[in-house]
Design a protein around this ligand. Sequence first.
Ligand code: NAD
Ligand code: ZN
Length: 369
Amino acid sequence: PPTRLAVGLGERGYDVLVGPGLLGRAGGLVAGLLPSRKVVVITDSAVGPLHLPALRDGLEAAGLSVLTEIAVPPGEGSKDLARLSDVLEAMLLAGLDRRTAVVALGGGVVGDLAGFAAAIAMRGVPFVQVPTTLLAQVDSSVGGKTGVNLKAGKNLAGAFHQPRIVLADTDTLATLPPRELRAGYAEVAKHGLLQGPLWDWCEAHGAAVVAGDTAALTHAVVESCRLKADVVAADEREESAEGGRALLNLGHTFGHAIEAEAGFDGSVLHGEAVAVGLGLAAALSARLGHCSQEWPSRVVAHLADCGLPARLADLPGRFTVDALLGRMAKDKKNRDGTMRFVLMRGAGECFTSADVPRAAVEGLLRDEG
Ligand code: NAD
Ligand code: ZN
């Protein structure tokens, strides 16, 4: 039987189910949570041929009716306003009404796009997440953040729209390219660093996760979703600047700067940028005296063991200190030469600091770069 985790948000609360064979049982699992039997499914054209037949059968077996299946091109480029507009028009053309649910089958791109479409179609229709990447199963499908990218930057148009349920079918991960699996694992390692005991488990079993071992993958997804569910329930809309969802940005201040510099062309995946960001966050924490000098070596060694880049030098291309600092400065409200980072004293001891000296970040990047 699948593991069931609750995201405690009162009336908007929902369950995350993790386990094998969920696509084929999807209809029975969602029917009681939806106001009508009508659904539209949104996927991408790489995932559709692999997993849509099982999901369609699973939905129809319980008497649900799939009004249409919309497949967007795979990749970050589909998270834009033009594609959102096409998806909305196609849903309405197929007969979507206010009681029709939108089902997202795919990675974080499909989840964010379909979730945003569900948030704004007819001022909001029910939404179901069926994540098929490790990243989406451990991170993006839980928490209700949806949206698309603008020319001005990533995820700059969006809405909070919580799903009615998340079905994380671990069978779908069998078809995921190994590089995507490793990239998703970076977020598991991040959750480990935030949570503590999960980091020890990662050091022992991370290599099995990225090798595709079913039991290890399932444990990684379950424990990640448990942590994310708790954090989201405590701070649904990221209203706290210090605790709550803000801590999930561990490794992401550096990571987002790296990603933006690389240019979203697939040369550096989000998870790969985050892995380097985790290594840099550990190194910055040591530099500021919050942990021993051995700690960043341990973090970097584990990520490298799992086939992830963990230092700037591991990435293709050159990242200049000025370019990265410029990106991070844009990201932050820097008062008096200080920056906000999530730092760590060790696994399970992460905290936000708003007064990291810019000079310390600059020094770190110069030494690392
Ligand atoms: P993705 O959705 O682009 O998927 C990666 C690739 O894997 C795609 O080419 C896709 O077609 C393919 N794929 C997906 N599932 C597959 C499967 N089972 N078998 C074979 N191929 C498969 O990328 P992602 O890493 O899942 O998500 C990245 C996106 O998630 C970014 O846009 C990011 O901003 C967003 N995100 C959102 C949140 C949130 O809270 N909403 C959190 C983290 C990331
Ligand atoms: Zn991330």
